[in-house]
Design a protein around this ligand. Structure first.
Ligand code: NAD
Ligand code: WQD
Length: 338
């Protein structure tokens, strides 16, 4: 299938483009590099042995998006393009609503203009708010305590309404905590500035770019006092997109949500210890205060994706750490050096 991958220069998008090629599909990337670097494109080409078609465009521009779809004529869209920093979204809500909602609206409108019927949307476990764990797709009310999270809930609703009116097929993929990198070490997560998320921060401490990790809270009601999350390898996540694409393209799904997680709760300190083990490098840390808004425990019930998509995340925490370390140690400055 010819698949337009919006935000395909980003962390999850770049890994998904590689898995799409591996599965025999034809990805086309669109991105405006608001949170990524052009250097990733050569790396993707190197891994796949192809010259992947790329378009630079801001998807909030409806006119440009319509032109793009007219030129590319995709059979499916995987819509990753979004701003994603939870804290920043609290400080700049309008920027988040403008970018994330306008991009999604442009894409939905452009799909209609060329008769494209399949879309996979990057949603997030944040839509479950502080719901019961393990989190499953049947939770009645979605809620999120950040503007970022609310853009995910709103876009899920927008796509549901569009599907009802125009008979398109929509997969809402709710990711838990994607980490890791492609096993080649050529692509990985390349945050601009100080990382917000745990794994890239740990990797930069191990690499000597940062002095030590601050663990946000050691007094939670969890086995070791630190928060529990459901980390999954980004290549498993990318494979989940291919499975979801092939499922909705059969035409039997109107709108369906699937959790993509491992269903395993892993603590912050378990990540730190696993990273030391995988890298052979010390990761100094201090226990600091709790971070505002953090939930003690978040993990998935991944059984729906297993039963309906035939997908399970096979890669272990050790794999996630080893692959992150290979990427970090061979690209200390990310793509900026390439
Ligand atoms: P990322 O920032 O690495 O990738 C997003 C890409 O979208 C970037 O390359 C950015 O330049 C591009 N983009 C943003 N706005 C754009 C616009 N208006 N026009 C064109 N391109 C635009 O993020 P990621 O981690 O790869 O996340 C991909 C998707 O998955 C996002 O929708 C994110 O919200 C969602 N998600 C991520 C996580 C996570 O932990 N990484 C978890 C759950 C959901
Ligand atoms: C994991 C754990 C931190 C950094 C976020 C978004 C969520 C989703 C995924 C997009 C927590 C602890 C972290 C550090 C730490 N994104 N931590 N020191 O918060 O589960 O989820 O990313 O949809 O919406 O909220 O991920 O990696 O930030 O944190 O102790 O320097 O690591 O407190 O317990 P989180 P994270």
């Amino acid at each position: 299938m010819k698949v337009l991958v919006t935000g395909g220069a980003g962390y999850i998008g770049s890994h998904t483009v590689v898995q799409l090629v591996e599965a025999g599909h034809e990805p086309v990337i669109v991105d405006n590099f608001v949170n990524s670097s052009p250097g990733v494109l050569d790396r993707i080409n190197e891994i796949t042995g192809r010259e992947i078609e790329f378009h630079e465009a801001d998807l909030t521009d409806v006119k440009k998006t319509l032109q793009l779809f007219d030129e590319v004529r995709p059979e499916a869209v995987i819509h990753f393009a979004s701003l994603k920093a939870v804290g920043e979204s609290v400080e700049k809500p309008l920027m988040y609503f403008r970018n994330n909602l306008d991009s999604a609206l442009s894409v939905a409108e452009a799909m209609g203009s060329v008769g494209c019927q399949n879309i996979i949307f990057s949603s997030s476990a944040t839509v479950y708010g502080d719901g019961d764990v393990p989190m499953n797709e049947n939770q009645e009310y979605l809620r999120s305590d950040s503007p970022y999270g609310r853009t995910k809930i709103m876009i899920e609703q927008i796509l549901t309404d569009v599907a009802a009116a125009h008979s398109i097929h929509v997969a809402l993929l709710r990711y838990f905590n994607p980490v890791g990198a492609h096993e080649s070490g050529l692509i990985g997560e390349d945050p601009l500035g100080i990382p917000n998320n745990l794994m890239p921060y740990v990797a930069q401490v191990a690499a000597g770019r940062r002095e030590r990790l601050t663990v946000h809270g050691g007094d939670y009601d969890t086995p070791d006092g630190t928060c529990l999350r459901d980390y999954l390898h980004v290549v498993d996540l990318a494979e989940g997109h291919v499975k979801a694409l092939e499922c909705i393209a059969e035409g039997n799904v109107s709108v369906r949500a699937w959790n993509l997680g491992r269903g395993r709760a892993v603590s912050v300190l378990e990540i730190v210890h696993a990273f030391k083990e995988a890298s052979g490098v010390d990761v100094p840390y201090v226990i600091g205060p709790r971070r505002a808004g953090d939930l003690p425990s978040v993990w998935a019930d991944p059984s729906r994706a297993r039963d309906e998509l035939g997908w399970t995340a096979e890669r272990t925490v050790a794999d996630m750490c080893a692959d992150t370390w290979r990427w970090q140690s061979s690209n200390p400055d990310g793509y900026r050096a390439s």
